[in-house]
Write a protein that binds this ligand. Sequence first.
Ligand SMILES: [Zn+2]
Length: 466
Amino acid sequence: MFDLIIRGGTLVTPAGQARATLAIANGVIKAVAPPGEAMSGALDVDASDRLIFPGLVDAHVHIPGYLLSTRLEDFASATTAAALGGVTTLMLMPTDDPRTATGSYFSRKRDIGERYSHVDFAIQALIGPRTEREDIDEMADLGAISFELFLAYGGNPGFIIGHDDFELRRLMEVVREVGRVVGVTPHSASLIAKLTERQKLFEETRKHREVFEKEKARPPVQVFSLTRPTLSEGLGIARACVVAAETGTKIHLRALSSSHSVGIVNRFRDVVALSSEVMSHHLLFVAEEAHRLGPYGVIVPPIRTGEERDSLRRALRDGDIDMVVSDHSPVLREDKEPGWADIWKTPPGMPGLQTLFASMLALVEDGALSLEDVARCCAERPAAGFGLYPKKGALQVGSDADLIVVDPARPTLIDDSTQRSKANYTTLKGRSINSRIESVYLRGRLIAHQDQMVSEPTGRFVRPSP
Ligand SMILES: [Zn+2]
């Protein structure tokens, strides 16, 4: 007798699709049997005509108000969005204030998450020039899933590596010694700083030049984008790869946004143990759309051209990019709006947890990916890249029973009104897909059903296996 039987659904895995019946006990998949197999459980669910995906694993999420903020996104709101969207495991980036740079803040974040999270979560640690060896040892012992370093932006002042190669090498060596992954947010600090200075000056003087030269103003989002060119990204990636090759450190490269970056990563695959990610936004949008979104279209790295978007889709399908992440950055409307008047006042970022799976299904409908690619890029690879596979990211005997049940015959309209993040909007507003998430299970427990939460928070902290 099992706790739960899910009968006759079509399992979608990286290897293909096959009808099967799942038997679940104690939160774990105990049997994957032929669809007609006679098995009994306390609960019995008929999933004929349904698709069953592994719950998604999102390796790049921000919860800026995790320390019980009443204004900013907190665990309850972010993980409600995650659960409704089919993300059952997320990894928390360490830059939210207070940043996760010491064992004591790491423990506080874990404790709060264990009380309020609706999905399982892992914690990423922040490292930078001021990080002591003892902090890394302590956070590794506590179960940090990765150690994040920021070459040019994003890591809070004092934690940016900048052009300090001594620190870059030191930190990579220490993380290799504790046996974890270094997450690298690339780019070139000096290139960004000088291009930003130049763009601001150019825009200020344009007002005066206009009188004489009939100059047209560029969309403000484009002005911002010019300060983060693909060269900046490539320089950071190449530099991180060179140091990782030297120190023998496993690295994860964040937010690839161009074919140039993919090409550089490929050149290092033989000499560096690496994985890479693309944000769902870069697979969906082109620059002109971001320009129209105004401050809501500002993310880092910026949304690029249609050719770049198509090259990223191909790279993902071909395995040259390992995984898709949401980079869920739930900037509130009230914080985005001032950006209409002054684009430099816009905090970069878009929410994306609740729409990650729908985004992937939209790409399948566009013919850019297969359903199997979705299982690979959003479940298997992110779990494997960070030491969670096959406990997470798989539909195998012994895996946690984290499941998305999809009705392929009912459409979904993506809209602001259904978003449960405190950033209560989506840049995918108005898009529709042909299928719908019916149920989401976390370790065999139904947590979301027909767009409603049906469970108290039961998310657990997960640590990487050695
Ligand atoms: Zn991010």
